[in-house]
Ligand binder design. Sequence first.
Ligand SMILES: Nc1nc2c(c(=O)[nH]1)N[C@H]1C(S)=C(S)[C@@H](COP(=O)(O)OP(=O)(O)OC[C@H]3O[C@@H](n4cnc5c(N)ncnc54)[C@H](O)[C@@H]3O)O[C@H]1N2
Ligand code: MOO
Ligand SMILES: [Mg+2]
Length: 653
Amino acid sequence: MSFQNQITGLILAGGRGSRMGSVDKGLQPFRTSTLVEHVIARLAPQVASYAINANRNLTRYQELAGNVPVLPDYIDGYAGPLAGLQIGLQFCPTELLLTVPCDSPLLPADLAARLHAALSEQNADVALAVTMQTRAGAAAPQRQLHPVFALLRTSVLPQLEAYLASGERRMESWFKSLRVAEVLFEDDAAFSNVNTLDELQVLEQPPASAAAPSAAPPSAAAVASTTGNAGSSAARSTGQHDSALHVEQAQRLIAEQITPLDAGHTVPLFSALDRVLAQDVISPINVPAYDNSAMDGYALRGADLPDAAQAQATFKVIGIAYAGRPCALEVQAGECIRIMTGAAMPVGCDSVLPQELASAISDDSVTIAHGVIQQGANRRFAGEDLKQGSVALARGKLLRPADLGLIASLGMAEVSVQRKLRVAFFSTGDELRAPGQPLDEGSIYDSNRYTVFGMLTRLGCEVIDIGIVRDDPQALDAALRSACQQADAIITSGGVSEGAADYTRDILASLGQLSFWKLAMRPGRPLAFGQIRDGADSAWLIGLPGNPVAVAVSFYLFARPALLAMMGAQAPQLTLQARAQTAMRKRPGRTEYQRGIISRGADGQPEVRLTGAQGSGILRSMTEANCMVVLGHEQGNVAAGEMVDVLLFEGLI
Ligand SMILES: Nc1nc2c(c(=O)[nH]1)N[C@H]1C(S)=C(S)[C@@H](COP(=O)(O)OP(=O)(O)OC[C@H]3O[C@@H](n4cnc5c(N)ncnc54)[C@H](O)[C@@H]3O)O[C@H]1N2
Ligand code: MOO
Ligand SMILES: [Mg+2]
């Protein structure tokens, strides 16, 4: 394997740019493009694929780089280059990560080759660039370390995480704890980094040496498309390393890339259930439209209610007010009107006595004891539910039955909703047979397509079943192209892990920009995500792992939010807490989703137990469960009686 295939590049663009007036350095204009595009042009040919670490303007970086991963820091607060390194190492699909800053547009073309040679020869953890610099006033040139030009083994990630967890942020002192190989580069100018706008202007002068780019870099999108496939083969590196993306990071990366489809249309209210609101619903009226009674009883003036000294008071009944019928009566002191729930409050009345609270009722009078109701009781105000002109429901709302009721209460018979997402789905694998067919030796029934069908349908998608696709490059290519032409998104299962399913990975990658992630979770460790294209058509693709439980879990955690984001829907997952009924085994360093049954304990509090064997091929564990127990990344074994997080299935799985 060539050294390039072992290396993922990481452009560090996550700084504050403090010395540049807080501008985003990577995006500064430089020689007809931007600093980061020059860095991309220099870095891309040296590595299998690359990512950008940025904490601002993520969409802009994404546009410039054409769908390469743009990774924000995992830890908050612009914690410096080590935070960028951390997310880069967590993400890195290859054994080696090469970091370069976004503001060194002249970086050496042989950076990766030379750092790699030294790293291998010296069996080091990290190789760093060094130059000799003559400073003003200094007698001799001095050794200058360039720690952000580093080639690292991803196996150093646990050490880095421990270092960051101790509150440390300094890069050079972290390197002191590692085996470092230093590589002397002659051309100091190649490492010039631009800290101030003045320095940028100096560098903007026409290049003085051959080391500088002679022309504008190729467009970043072109670079990305040439590296996309290389990235997938590099992702199958043979070396053992533990770097894996955290669940939240993968979710964040997906969320950052997906933008909602902008395609609303109007439907009658009865067709709007489970659809996503495409526009805010603004209330055209006050709801309720007028002050009215919340009770059947007697409307009166609160000022006439008896005080403690009076003990009770008797009111004269002067008429009846019904809901839906105007009542022209007006009460005077000591008078009341018999009123029905929902009837408009008669002029002068501000309180309603529920009839069952009266001390005595005759044909024309009502007696009320002191303290039975307060002034203002049981009066519903105009607009207390919704004020005219206010947002009754916000765009992005997934419409539930009560929402339909609310829209109807505004007098609206139609509503603007997003068009249904078209989602194509298929299963991959030579071993798969469709239910109803005979099962020959070595084959199994395809269950994933049915699970995926159910989950897509519950999400309100228009489903396109592409069937079972054999592990055959031509069949996969044809299936993907057909899916891409018909659908907004494609959900596949199987063939995204290492090894025998290489085919699927290669074909998936050949049609677009796909990342193959290893996630720090169980089940659902492998996942593919990206966009594929066929001519003018494009579709998002989520490649779920083949194991049936992993399919459901990965769909829930990644496909569901991705599809909801495409619909522009706001539907966050709700995590509850329950008491563990039994001990649960858990290894720190990954998030586990164990299948559970939540119920009410003897003390009335929620408690949860696991559904037996938790293997990711045991689909029964899923059907018996009504929730998933979520055991967090850092968490270890759970003792009986401890509180654990749970995600309820109802409506989802
Ligand atoms: N060397 C490694 N091997 C594996 C790793 C790894 O990290 N390194 N990850 C394991 C994990 S975790 C999973 S999950 C699987 C995922 O594999 P693939 O996505 O490549 O899926 P397949 O190999 O095609 O299938 C895996 C498994 O699931 C069964 N399957 C597949 N499709 C269906 C279907 N539609 N209905 C029912 N069952 C299905 C298939 O027969 C296999 O048993 O990789 C591990 N290996
Ligand atoms: O995704 Mo796998 O075994 O974690 O099922
Ligand atoms: Mg397979």
